[in-house]
Ligand binder design. Structure first.
Ligand code: ADP
Length: 809
């Protein structure tokens, strides 16, 4: 429940986070990438368009301009040439032969009329065939008639005669107005020439009126590059020469050489140093060139305007493109972001989250697939959880079973009380097999009967019934299980044959039973019986587990049987041992009496009570006495041992003196040592207190130790010492004999144990001395030990309390 609540409250928070993420359009790589791509594409397209547009505008503009310039130049040239043609025509009628032959007054009035008709002509003069001036009519001066001034050498006469028409270079009259002289030869040989001074102000007007854009202008130069007409008249008045400008020089060349083609309009650096678009037209008769010039700044102004327009269009296009791109990309990236956030949520384990993308395209499909995937994962998870739960349950059950088994095994191994073990087994079996009660029956193979051995969950009435009923193998389900060695199930006890046990169980309210045989190594030892109040079969796993329980029960039964057997054997052994000890004690006593008699008589014989004995029998008698004493010692030892085993050996506590005890023993053993040429020494710490214990037995111990020392030592010395530490006496018997190997040191204190080595074996003995000595010392509350190494002699230590407490003995 709490999990669901948490998810439900988490969801809006997550949603808000996603929404916040999609609100920031500048974040996210995809968004930027697409925006840049889109903008790049649109900009490239716009730029290309503007570039191409500009280029062609420029190209056509340039062409148009050039053509326009050319046309203007041509038009200006045309007007100038027309002016001169008209002037020539006007003057023309004065060049007829008849006119020159006319009266002076007529000619004079003709000249006046001409001056009136053509304002540009300021002066007319008539040269005769020899180049002599006959008449001059002027607007500004007095008429001159027959001056006879000689112009025969002048170009106006020569050139006109030679070429029919001659134009002088431009000259300035009165320093302000440009003029030229125009000479026309009269028809007929030697007919003379009419000379006219032509004011070029009109040409200046023509040139000034030529409109070339706002700041452009036209100008005219003569064949030598001198300015003939220019809107800035001062330049003309200053007699400026443009021949130095390369494009002017180039144009002038076409004047002198008509073969050179007239160039198109070109961009040049003007007289003022400006970049200009210039075109020109040639007046071949006059040898003049008309130039039309437009500053590039003006010529290119429309282009700049166009470029600016294109730029503006480009910028606004890009702005629009950005907006459109943002809208489009947001539309495109938004769902992707939603997908990403959703996938992240699913990845983080929020499998309930739903990705809501409604674009109607592949993205929506993808979202759908993600949702399906999450749903599948959810299902899979649920399945997994179920499996884990089941496994955990199984595991828990296995652990319980194992624990129960281990408890049972521990009980089987630690308790020998069969009923306790079997009851425990039954109790666990009931719990694990989900039964209500159970019992274990032992099978008696001899008569085929079953006997109740342990139970749990059964009421006393039923138990009494079970105990009192004699159950025979061949009429029960237990018999069947015992015979087939397989578990037997009774799913409904109300059905089937009515055996006595089944009757009893049924009466007690049980309806289903499971009987598992307890299989021993050789035979079936009995059956484990489990009963339920509900009708129905037991689960296979429970049956399997019960088989294990059954084998543990079999083990317990077997252990119990073995234990009983062992206990019986032990009891028998104990009895036998008791009999043996008793027999030995009796035997020793019975042997000692005749032996003492034999020794007594032998002593009497040796003492000569029955007369002196010859040498030979005396020797034999000596051996009889010695062997008799040995036999007596042996019997005494055996008797002591028997007494010890039968618990009949007691110690008699009395005060004793250690020094005299040691002295007595040394005195008694002295002859033996001497016989073997061994030095026997005794050292007793002076001032030892009186001991309290069995002096006779302690003396027996010392005799034994000293006897062994002398017996096993062939050369050197045997020393006895007595001292005290704390409240204990320390007695020691040291020899220089063969010594005892470490592995033998514990053995020598056991009954009938002798070291299996030729040196000591040869010395005879029974192997009882040390065993008896140790018992005696132990009964005194002390202990007997040995310190020895092979080849370095042996030292036996007796360590007893000075006063033996009343407990000992
Ligand atoms: P017995 O001397 O009658 O054989 P003991 O019980 O007195 O029996 O000694 C057991 C064995 O311990 C001896 O047979 C001997 O092998 C060994 N033993 C005892 N005392 C000595 C000793 N002082 N030096 C070497 N061996 C010894």
């Amino acid at each position: 429940m709490s999990g669901e609540l948490a998810t439900a409250s988490d969801r809006p928070r997550l949603g808000a986070k996603v929404a916040a993420a999609s609100f920031n359009p500048l974040r996210g790589r995809l968004f930027q990438k697409y925006i840049l791509l889109f903008m790049g594409l649109v900009s490239a397209a716009l730029l290309a368009n503007a570039g191409v547009d500009l280029y062609f505008t420029y190209r056509t503009g340039e062409l148009l301009l050039a053509r326009l310039q050319m046309e203007k130049a041509d038009a200006a040239a045309e007007r100038i040439s027309q002016f001169f043609t008209e002037t020539e025509d006007q003057i023309g009628w004065t060049t007829h032969v008849q006119w020159a032959a006319g009266a002076l007054d007529e000619r004079r009035s003709d000249f006046f009329r001409l001056l009136r008709q053509v304002p540009a002509i300021t002066e007319l003069s008539e040269l005769d065939g020899q180049g002599k001036e006959q008449l001059r009519v002027s607007r500004l001066a007095m008429d001159v008639v027959g001056s006879q001034a000689d112009y025969s050498k002048d170009a106006r006469f020569n050139e006109a005669v030679a070429h029919k028409l001659w134009f002088s270079p431009v000259y300035l009259r009165r320093g302000s107005e440009p003029y030229l002289t125009m000479a026309i030869a009269r028809a007929g040989r030697g007919a003379g020439v009419t000379v006219a001074e032509v004011n070029l102000k009109l040409i200046w007007d023509v040139i000034s009126s030529v409109r070339v854009g706002n700041t452009g202008y036209a100008f005219v130069v003569d064949r030598s590059g001198h300015l003939v007409a220019h809107p800035d008249i001062s330049l003309v008045l200053r007699d400026t020469n443009f021949g130095g400008l390369p494009y002017v020089a180039a144009a002038l060349q076409t004047v002198s050489d008509p073969n050179i083609p007239t160039a198109d309009a070109t961009v040049q650096t003007s007289f003022e140093g400006r970049r200009v678009l210039t075109a020109h037209a040639v007046l071949p008769d006059l040898g003049w060139v008309v130039f039309v010039e437009l500053p590039m700044t003006e010529a290119l102004a429309p282009l700049y305007a166009s470029a600016l327009r294109s730029g503006a269009v480009l910028l606004s296009g890009m702005a629009v493109a950005t907006l459109v791109a943002m809208v489009l990309v947001r539309r495109m990236v938004g769902p992707i972001r939603l997908l990403q956030a959703g996938a992240a949520r699913i990845g983080a384990g929020d499998l309930d989250s739903h990705i809501d993308v409604r674009t109607g395209d592949e993205l929506e499909d993808l979202a759908g697939q993600f949702n399906t995937m999450a749903a599948q994962l959810r299902e899979y998870n649920a399945g997994l959880e179920r499996t884990v739960e089941e496994r955990t349950r199984d595991l828990a059950r296995s652990v319980t079973e194992l624990q129960a088994l281990s408890d049972v095994v521990r009980a089987v191994n630690s308790t020998l009380e069969l009923r306790v073990v079997l009851t425990k087994i039954v109790a666990y079996a009931i719990e694990l097999a989900n039964a209500d009660a159970g019992a274990i029956f032992r099978h008696n193979a001899d008569d085929g009967t079953f006997e109740l051995a342990g139970s749990s969950g059964m009421d006393t009435a039923l138990l009494a019934k079970l105990r009192s009923t004699r159950v025979v193998s061949d009429e029960t389900a237990m018999g069947e299980a015992t015979e087939t060695r397989q578990p037997v199930q009774i799913a409904d006890m109300g059905l089937g044959p009515r055996y006595p046990l089944r009757e009893a169980g049924f009466a007690a309210g049980f309806r289903a039973a499971l009987i598992v045989p307890l299989i021993g190594p050789e035979q079936v030892l009995g059956d484990l019986v489990l009963v339920r109040r509900a009708i129905g079969a037991f689960e296979p796993s429970a049956i399997e587990l019960m088989a294990t329980f059954a084998s543990q029960s079999a083990l317990a039964l077997q252990n119990a049987a073995l234990f009983q057997e062992l206990a019986e054997k032990g009891r028998q052994l104990e009895l036998a041992s008791e009999h043996k000890s008793q027999f030995l004690a009796n035997m020793s006593h019975e042997l000692r009496t005749p032996l003492n008699a034999i020794l007594g008589y032998a002593e009497l014989l040796a003492d000569g009570i029955y007369g002196d004995l010859p040498e030979k029998p005396r020797g034999v008698l000596g051996r009889v006495q010695e062997n008799g004493r040995n036999l007596l010692a042996l019997i005494n030892d055996v008797l002591d041992l028997a007494k010890i085993e039968a618990g009949q050996l007691t110690i008699h506590r009395e005060d004793y003196d250690v020094a005299s005890l040691v002295r007595n023993v040394v005195d008694a053993m002295e002859p033996l040592a001497r016989a073997k040429r061994l030095s026997l020494t005794a050292s007793v710490q002076p001032g030892l207190p009186a001991g309290f214990g069995d002096a006779r037995r302690l003396q027996q111990v010392l005799v034994n130790l000293l006897g062994n020392a002398i017996k096993f030592t062939d050369a050197g010395e045997v020393a006895v010492s007595a001292g005290m530490t704390g409240a204990r006496f320390n007695l020691a018997v040291r020899d220089t004999g063969p010594g005892i190997a470490p592995q033998d040191q514990a053995k020598i204190f056991e009954e009938f144990q002798q070291i299996d080595n030729s040196t000591t074996r040869r010395k005879g003995g029974t192997g009882l001395g040390l065993a008896i000595s140790r018992k005696i010392v132990l009964m005194h509350g002390g202990h007997l030990s040995v310190v020895s190494a092979v080849g370095h002699g042996a030292t036996f230590h007796v360590d007893i309390p000075v006063r033996v407490g009343s407990i000992a003995g």
